[in-house]
Design a protein around this ligand. Structure first.
Ligand SMILES: O=P(O)(O)OC[C@H]1O[C@H](O)[C@H](O)[C@@H](O)[C@@H]1O
Length: 281
């Protein structure tokens, strides 16, 4: 059995329900009041110290995927499995909004692959909309470079039936084929998809199965990464339930490849993800 992860911080207000873990400063649930959950939680999710949580919004930092050099581990950087410190929690009684601030510093989590001093703050605002901002500050004497992503798992009725609007004309790197492409029209899904768009949105996800639309807006992002492993690949990915692959799509706000962020000493950068849900009725 897995060792226990401390329980998440829970939000239950007039505006929404939600939860966030100190591990990874990871939002795992959000639903506006009266609506179904907007974020996917794997039916095979494992909540254990040091294990990435297959749900919600993993924070990928300070590298993405396998990183820029061979041997960089863990995948997607160490922030998503590190224990962050909760430094603030505020609630606005009038709006029902709850805001958490989590912090990770080089004193708390270090890596041979990223020895530079830093402070990272994750501000999550749970309300009628969800807003998550990741701010990186270089607290050391030398410049450094980071990749980053707010790797959001969106819950969908059936990925084969959804349509994503807002990427017409966008260039992207197709990680499945390893080629550069340009997308035209609406984005629909018919197989494994792992695309790094050179676009920051906004995009609208039309979901006829769940009779709703999800609107993603970003700030400070050079890329949107869109991922679904499809059936065969999903079986190779840890902690995804056998029949889960059709029930999510990741639309991630990111700065990767040529959009990696370089920070001079004392400099900060913020990456923001806003999610809104509109029901059809
Ligand atoms: O299995 P994980 O380490 O969580 O990564 C899951 C996925 O994340 C991103 O979307 C990448 O673009 C994919 O290549 C990767 O497979």
């Amino acid at each position: 059995m897995d060792a226990a992860l401390p329980p998440p911080h829970v939000v239950d207000t007039s505006a929404c329900t939600g939860e966030i873990h100190d591990q990874g400063a990871q939002v795992t649930r959000w639903a506006p009041r009266g609506a179904a959950p907007a974020l996917y939680v794997s039916s095979a999710v494992r909540l254990a110290p040091g294990r990435s949580i297959r749900a919600g919004i993993p924070v990928c930092w300070p590298w993405f995927g396998a990183g820029q050099r061979p041997g960089m581990e863990p995948a997607h950087g160490f922030a998503r499995t590190a224990r962050w410190a909760l430094v603030d929690r505020t609630e606005d009684a009038a709006t029902g909004e709850v805001t958490f601030v989590h912090r990770l510093t080089s004193d708390a989590a270090t890596s041979a692959h990223f020895p530079q001093p830093y402070a990272v703050e994750l501000r999550s605002r749970f309300g009628a909309t969800l807003e998550v901002s990741l701010t990186t500050t270089n607290t050391g004497p030398e410049p450094f470079e980071i990749d980053e992503a707010l790797h959001t798992y969106l819950a969908v009725g059936d990925v084969r039936e959804i349509a994503v609007e807002g990427l017409d004309g966008a260039a992207y790197f197709d990680k499945v084929t390893g080629t550069e492409k340009v997308h035209h029209g609406i984005l629909e899904f018919a197989g494994e998809t792992d695309s790094v768009f050179r676009s920051s949105g906004p995009v609208m996800l039309h979901d006829p199965g769940l009779e709703r639309r999800l609107i993603v807006r970003t700030e400070g992002a050079g890329n949107l990464v869109i991922w679904n492993p499809w059936d065969a690949k999903a079986r190779e990915v840890a902690d995804i339930g056998d029949d889960d692959w059709s029930q999510f799509v990741c639309i991630e706000a990111a700065n990767v490849l040529e959009n990696a962020v370089t920070l001079a000493p004392g400099e900060s950068h913020t990456l923001t993800y806003r999610l809104e849900l509109e029901s059809d009725d």
